[in-house]
Design a protein around this ligand. Sequence first.
Ligand SMILES: [Fe+2]
Length: 238
Amino acid sequence: MGDADAANPDDIFTIENYDNPENYDNPAWGRTAGGSMDIACHYLYIVDNLLDASHVALVHVSSFAGAGTGNLPLDIEKLDDGVIVSRWVLDAAPPPHDAPILPFPGDCDHKQHYECRLPSTAFNMSIYTRAGTGGDDANLPDDSFINISYNFMTPVDADNTRYFWFQHRNSQPDNEEISRQMFEGAKTAFIEDREVLTEVHHGMKESRTRHINLGIDAGAMRFRKMVERRIAAKVLRA
Ligand SMILES: [Fe+2]
């Protein structure tokens, strides 16, 4: 998109442990095959979704929803080029999709980290530790499990987006069965997201009632303001 001469490769988001020159393709980390799908919605609705921790309990009921996440407050951190929405869920059963992949049994402390960088690169990081060992001030134990879901939204036009993703984890890098399970789990979830996002796009276009933002939308609204400002600045320079 846009003016190719104005593109700056230094602005491309660096993926820690994968394409960081100081730590290229870290052998301790395993990744799933990349996937992609077209979604008939504006790309910022996918960004909204990826910054919205609350949708998991409603849209991914049987897979990624975990116990007791409904009303826990979220921290919002503003970066120069993005936002982070996060929270620790302490001493709870892991979500059904992740439970078989964890290196330890039983309940856990779980950090949900939703981050989006300009223009539309989002990653969701999950950190799992044994119950009682997580939290903001904790030193993470050696058997902590980290999975990062990277999401790259490329607008096709105002009504369509090509959505790319892969998952990256800090354990069992050569276990192809885990890679396959994680790929399938993510794809199943993204198909659930696609159904909702297509209806959101349609509903917002045809909206006949006032639009109300909730407190939980704060992260996505901050990110949208950043995108608007960046677009306005480019238009003014042209
Ligand atoms: Fe989702």
